[in-house]
Every structure is written in structure tokens, then in C-alpha cells.
Design a protein around this ligand. Sequence first.
Ligand code: FCB
Length: 437
Amino acid sequence: MEIDRRTFVAAAAAGLTLAAKPALAAKPSSFPKDFIWGAATAGHQVEGNNLNADCWLLENIKPTVYADPSGDSANSFELWRRDLDLVTSLGLNSYRFSLEWARIEPEAGQFSIAMLDHYKAMIEGCRALGLRPIVTFNHFTTPIWFAARGGWMNPDAPQLFARFCDKAARHLAAGIDHATTLNEPNLAGVLQFLLPGGLLEADKAMAAAAAAKLGVPVFLAGNALYQPEPAKVQANLQAGHTAGKAAIKAVRGDLPVGVSLAMLDDQEAEPGSLRDAMREKFYNAWLRLARADDFVGVQNYERSLWGKQGKLDPPASARRNMMGAEVYPPSLAGAVRYAYEVAKVPVIVTEHGVGTDDDTLRAWLIPEALTHLKAAMDDGVPVKGYCHWSLIDNFEWVFGYKIHFGLHTLDRQTFERRAKPSALVYRDYIRSHTAGA
Ligand code: FCB
């Protein structure tokens, strides 16, 4: 069952085609000296052996929708210093990574000082190398005990998350540069209306098998595709963000805190299109909530062309990623402009990239997208940073190890990482486009 979350967003009805439009000519100019240049990962996708996480259980149950179990992944739990060296070797000044809630709180209310120390060492390791740590407190995966209590559908979920944020912040906040609470919560429970029925059924069967194994009525993972009560889940995630942020701020009021949202660049292909309705459905509640935050994290991989009946096909000339979706370099700037228009707070691009085995596509995408991003900044959109997804090839959720987003390859036997040519394109672009660099 191979489909990812962005593809779900893009999976709305299609059928029509649109003529290719030439991309805007972008202005060459310099990014500010203090611009955040980073690469991103997430705990479960790189650490390996995250045994207490909901996802681990689901990867290893029958039936499962996961193409592979995460297993050792990139073994970044052990090899994170190597990862930081990769970050510095590209001339970046920031690393975005996430805390694994399931390691820090493996049983409800039982917090592991050793695991908190692990993440503290990573944060201090970043600082020692002059890297600004952008820390995601929760990137999809939740502890098994949390999912077994109904996950984000549980009325206690916001408070349980806030308790975790409080403990983690007390241990870690001092060294963090920017914190995000949740990763792409705007997608939870809103995509299922677009999913192919078979996938939804398979996801339900997998969750039911997990519930049966644990002897609980419902097992709802952090990134479950099927949510029995989507409105409740959305309300709890929003309350969770607010309570989690308050907990972090109570520890360190001057730490900038935000939330990362999955955003397409939604374009109106004809008057009266569904674009505005789709924006309302997928992002607006979160963008309005983000008005109270210090910044908003934007994660963009695609654009959507909206007609009156649904999503239109990309132009025939479009270059495509491994999932068959269009790769459109100006989409990042488009999503960022819209995020700022509604949220009215500074933006950090917390993810952007492409799943492909054709690294020339990535090498083409990065400079093009950044030049359009800079044009948005020149038009007055406050963008503080850009993190490329991902530092290394890793466990891409239901796709397992089959889709590659990395700036570096990963040898799953030796854990060797090797820079792809696109990584050097990113490095060189930063060198030649940063003021005073
Ligand atoms: C985003 C997720 C990230 C990764 C990329 C490709 O939706 O936040 O974990 O899977 O897509």
C-alpha cells in the first residue's frame, strides 16, 4: 500500500490538463548573513530500533501497510555525531531533528533521564560545531501506551503531550535554537476522504490487529491514516500544540516556538476553482492558530492546480518525483507566501525536498526553489531559514526504504553515508548566495 501523506493531499479528483506556464524569472540576490541553512531528519526515520513507538509495532504486525520495518534505519541513535559532521561539511549552520517521545517516556509518566541526556548531548554537539538545533518535540510517532489510549482522540492527549513537553523542555530547552511542537498536524484525519478505499481498509485492519494484540479497544498511531473521529483529533492536536508551547515557554520564555505545517502551493487554474475551499480545509485553522506563535514552519513538496471540479493534472512537460507527482521549484515560495499571508508571523522552511533516485532532479530543484524563495523575501515575506529534507536517505514511513529524499545515500549494512552531487550543489549555492559568506 504505497502512498504518502502529501500524495493524499494531491489525490483529490483529477482529470483535466493545463498548459505549461513558464516559471517566473527569479532575481539573483543574497540571503542575509544570519539566515538559517539546515538539513532535517526525524527520530523514527533515522535512529533505528525505536521499540516503544506506535509505528514500530505497526511495521511489525500482520497485516501492515508498511513496505518495510524501520529496523536499524541509519542507526543515527548511535551515529548522530557522524550526521552532525555531514551537516557541517555542507557548510550549513543548523540541524533539524526530533525527540522520540517513546524513548523519553516509554511508559506513561515514566521519564528516562538517560534518554533526555542523549538528546541533550545532541543539542550540545550541535552547539559545539556552531550549529543551531531546531528541535521538533514530536514528529508523528507517539509511544505505544499513548496510541493504546486512543492516541490524539483521547481527551487527555493535549495534557499528556504538554507533560512530555514540560519534562523535555526542563532538560533541553537551554540549548535549543528554535522548537516546533508537532509535525504536520494539519493533515491528521483530513486526508481520509481522499484515500483509495483499499488503503483505508488496510490501515484500519492494521490498527485493529494492534488493538487486539494489546487487548485495548482502539489503537491510534500518531500518523494513522484512518481516524474514526477526525474533528476530535484536530481539536486535540490544536489544544496539544497550544498546551505544549505553553509548557516549553514556561521553562524558557525567550525560546521561539512554532508548529510545522504540510503545505502545497495551491494555485487557481480557473476562476471559481476549489482552491480557497481546499486551503480552508487543509491549513487555515492552523495558520490562524500560528498567529500566536513566534514563527510558522512550512513544509512543501508540491503544488496543486485547482479547477472547479477538483485537482487538475500537471502540465505534460512536468518533471516528476518517484511517486509520479510534479516537481515544481516555485512551489516552495508559493506555499511560504500564503503561510505568511494568513499567519502573519515569520516563516522557517522546516522541510522541502524531493523523493527521487534521479539526483539531477534534486540538484535542479534546490537552487531554483531557493531563488524563488529569495524573491518572496525581497517582496517582504520574512523567511528566517530553510532546512532541506533530508540529510540522509531514511525510513520513509509506509514506503519503507524505497523512496529516497537524502542529500546523502545510506548503506543499510555498513551505515556509511555518502554525499550525492546535489548536496554539493546545495553547499555551493549557500556559499555563493549568502551575504558576507
Ligand atoms: C514529510 C514528513 C517527513 C518526511 C517527508 C518526506 O511529510 O514530515 O517525515 O516523510 O515528508
